[in-house]
Design a protein around this ligand. Structure first.
Ligand SMILES: [Zn+2]
Length: 255
C-alpha cells in the first residue's frame, strides 16, 4: 500500500510569504527546505531504489497543493536530485499571481515529468458546503484552464479544505476527473467505476523529518494518524473563519 504525502510550500520561514497562500491556516503547512531535504534523504535511505509512484506498489507518493511558486523554484529541483516526480495540485485562479506558478512554470513542471492536477479555481475552504452548481464550476473551469495551458488531459484533483462529500465527488466526476485526493489520513483508496478517491497524510512545518519515514514505514502509523487527524480538525475549526478573510486580503494585495 502506498502512503500519499500532502505537502504545500517548501520554503524557508523568512520567505514563507513569498510562495502560496499565507495566514495562520496556510503557514502550518509550509516546510523548510532543510527539513524537506532531510525527508527526501530519509525516504531514499529507507526505500533504496524505490521511486515515488501511484502504482499501489511504491511505498510512498508525493503531492503538493496550492500551486505556490516554490513548486518550480525549489521542489522540482530537489526531487530531480533523486530522479523522482510528484503531483502538483494547482489553484487556477492564482496562476501567474505573485507567489504562484506562472503558465510557463506549469508547462516546465509537466515537461519535467511531474503530474499536474486541479485544486479548483478559487480554493473555497468549505467547498463541500457550496451549492452544487458552484462546486461543479470550480472543477470544470479549473480543469479546462489547465488543459488549455498544458495541452493535455487533466483528470486529477485535490479537494480544498481536504474533506470530500457526495456533491464534491459527483461534481468532480461530472467535470471529468477520475482521481480525487483528500486530506483524510488513510492509505486506503476508495474506487468506483468513475473515480478513485485517495486519502493523504499532511506533512506540517513543525514535523521532524523522521515523521515522513516513520509514516512510510508504518512505524507508529496509527498513533500518528490519530494525532494528525486531530491536529487538522482543530486547525480547521479554529482557523476556518479566518482563512478566507486572509485570502481576501491577499487578493486585494494582488489586485
Ligand atoms: Zn489547498
Amino acid at each position: 500500500m502506498t502512503i500519499i504525502f500532502m505537502h504545500h510550500d517548501i520554503i524557508d520561514p523568512d520567505l514563507k510569504k513569498k510562495s502560496g497562500f499565507y495566514g495562520a491556516g496556510a503557514e502550518v503547512y509550509k516546510v523548510s527546505v532543510r527539513t524537506f531535504r532531510e525527508q527526501l534523504a530519509g525516504l531514499a535511505a529507507a526505500f533504496p531504489g524505490q521511486a515515488p509512484a501511484l502504482d499501489g506498489k511504491a511505498p510512498f507518493f508525493l503531492t503538493f497543493d496550492d500551486g505556490g511558486v516554490s513548486a518550480t523554484e525549489i521542489v522540482a529541483g530537489l526531487l530531480s536530485e533523486y530522479g523522482w516526480s510528484g503531483q502538483f495540485f494547482v489553484v487556477t485562479g492564482f496562476i501567474g499571481m505573485p507567489g504562484f506558478m506562472s503558465a510557463s512554470g506549469l508547462r516546465a513542471l509537466k515537461a519535467g515529468g511531474h503530474c499536474v492536477g486541479t485544486h479548483t479555481v478559487s480554493h473555497p475552504d468549505r467547498l463541500r458546503a457550496l451549492p452544487y452548481a458552484h462546486i461543479k464550476r470550480e472543477w470544470v473551469e479549473s480543469r479546462a484552464r489547465l488543459q488549455d495551458l498544458l495541452g493535455c488531459d487533466v483528470t486529477s484533483g485535490s479537494v480544498p479544505g481536504g474533506f470530500c462529500n457526495r456533491p464534491v465527488r459527483e461534481a468532480a466526476i461530472e467535470a471529468g476527473l477520475t482521481l480525487l485526493m483528500t486530506s483524510e489520513p488513510t492509505t486506503r483508496c476508495y474506487a468506483t467505476a468513475e473515480v478513485t478517491i485517495c486519502g493523504r497524510f499532511a506533512v506540517l512545518g513543525r514535523d521532524e523529518p523522521k515523521v515522513a519515514v516513520a509514516l512510510a514505514r508504518r512505524v507508529h502509523a496509527r498513533r500518528i494518524k490519530a494525532w494528525r487527524w486531530h491536529t487538522l480538525s482543530v486547525a480547521k475549526s479554529a482557523l476556518g473563519p479566518v482563512y478566507p478573510v486572509v485570502r481576501e486580503g491577499l487578493l486585494r494585495l494582488h489586485a
